[in-house]
Design a protein around this ligand. Structure first.
Ligand SMILES: Nc1ncnc2c1ncn2[C@@H]1O[C@H](COP(=O)(O)OP(=O)(O)OP(=O)(O)O)[C@@H](O)[C@H]1O
Ligand SMILES: [Mg+2]
Length: 413
């Protein structure tokens, strides 16, 4: 069924009737306009992709309409066929200059009109394919630069993290010595206190009082324990930074798109670490990782798969703390990865569409609808399969199977 909409504009009612009749056997959705202004409004409102317009019309002529369409931004390309009463080379040149794609002369011949419309449709299809391909390319480039950026950031953080870590180790050695010294001072002052108390005129007694008052003011006992805690926390924090940096490096695999052996569980783990903050307040992740054989794959791309899917699960959460269960195991066909969430679920009518490029249920500007398409393409590249179970209101489970070797799959990378 052809769903392309055509706007036909002519101020002559008999011409309009004729065209409706001529095109009735084609499954075009023909919208009729009685003048140029109406045609413009119809085009904008209906998203029609082909316009067949008479040249001579009151108000906005066919020629003006061509110019208006080309100068004002219309969402998608409109293929324009300009129809004139008389064949004149100068007229057709003028029409093409104004932005028309094709030129026809009255009286319209049904065969010719249909052939010209088919050409128009072919061009529109090519235009759409080109648009999709360029957006996909943009997405792929964006992902590649995210990878490069991540690798760059990881590298930059690594250097300061390295010297902070080594300084912290040295400091913690110094701190132990300082603490030991303070303890000795304290013991000493307790020992000399009775003697000093007897010699209250001795300036050492004043010094003793000053020291003990200051100890109280700064709450020395608290400072001693807190300093130890702070040093410990700082070291732990630094370990976390190092782990994130190493995960970022694993995630990014800078500049590399080669096949290599990878541990799928480790890929999932490093992806989860990278998006920890996105998940934190929305869901808990339960990991049921089975023992897996190494997989010859594109690890960076698999990371992308897990990232896109877990982020989708996070976005689907409707309760404050949802649950995402990731299970990995081995089945006869290969490594099986299941990602299950108790989010909004996917309506039946949308389930066959989620892998389509640009299919999204998210508001404009929130989702490009490319995430699952990327997932699908990567899984196919690995000769794997991806299946979906989902129930609106209950949640979604995706099952991915990746063949490990040529024997249990068709993996001929
Ligand atoms: N786990 C899920 N739960 C509910 N809906 C989902 C889930 N995963 C995918 N979807 C549905 O599939 C649609 C397409 O997902 P996809 O990841 O391709 O695009 P997106 O998330 O909308 O945008 P983006 O390209 O930014 O990822 C989503 O808009 C959503 O409606
Ligand atoms: Mg998505």
């Amino acid at each position: 069924m052809n769903t392309i909409k055509i706007v036909f504009a002519d101020d002559d009612s008999s011409a309009r009737k004729l065209v409706l009749k001529l095109l009735s056997d084609l499954d075009f959705n023909v919208l009729i306009a009685e003048n140029g202004v109406e045609a413009w409004k119809l085009l904008k409102a209906s998203g029609a992709r082909i316009l067949v317009t008479d040249w001579e019309m009151p108000g906005l002529s066919g020629l003006d309409l061509c110019r208006k369409i080309r100068s004002e931004s219309v969402d998608s390309y409109v293929y324009i066929i300009l129809v004139a009463a008389k064949a004149k080379t100068e007229a057709s040149i003028e029409g093409l200059k104004a932005g028309a794609d094709d030129f026809l002369v009255k009286p319209l011949d049904v065969g010719e009109l249909k052939a010209r419309l088919r050409t128009g449709m072919r061009i529109i299809k090519l235009e759409d394919q080109y648009k999709k391909a360029s957006v996909q390319l943009l997405h792929a480039e964006k992902m590649a630069s995210v990878g490069q950026l991540a690798a760059g950031v990881a590298h930059e953080i690594n250097n300061p993290a390295g010297f902070v870590s080594s300084n912290l180790k040295t400091l913690s050695g110094y701190q132990k010595d300082f603490m030991a010294l303070i303890r000795i001072y304290k013991q000493f002052s307790e020992q000399v206190k009775p003697r000093l108390q007897m010699e209250k005129n001795d300036p050492a007694w004043d010094a003793y009082l000053e020291i003990t008052t200051f100890e109280k003011d700064i709450d020395l006992d608290y400072l001693i324990t807190d300093t130890e805690d702070l040093m410990k926390e700082s070291s732990e924090g630094l370990e976390r930074i190092k782990k994130i940096v190493s995960d970022l490096k694993d995630f990014a695999h800078p500049g590399e798109d080669t096949m290599q052996e990878a541990d799928v569980n480790a890929c999932i783990e490093s992806t989860l670490n990278v998006i920890k903050n996105e998940i934190k307040y929305k869901a808990v992740v339960i990991k049921n990782f089975g023992e897996l054989p190494p997989l010859v794959c594109y690890p960076q791309q698999l990371n992308q798969v897990f990232l896109n899917m877990v982020i989708n699960s996070v976005h689907a959460m409707t309760v404050p703390m949802g649950e995402i269960v990731i299970t990995t195991d081995v089945v006869p066909q290969g490594i099986r990865i299941r990602i299950k969430d108790n989010g909004s679920g996917i309506e039946k009518k949308n389930q066959s569409r989620i892998f389509d490029p640009f299919f999204t249920t998210k508001p404009v500007g929130k989702g490009t609808g490319l995430g699952m398409n990327v997932v699908y393409n990567i899984i196919k590249k690995h000769h794997g399969s991806i299946d979906l179970w989902s129930e609106a209101g209950l949640g979604t489970e995706f099952t991915i199977i990746l063949p490990v070797s040529r024997d249990n799959g068709k993996a001929d990378f």
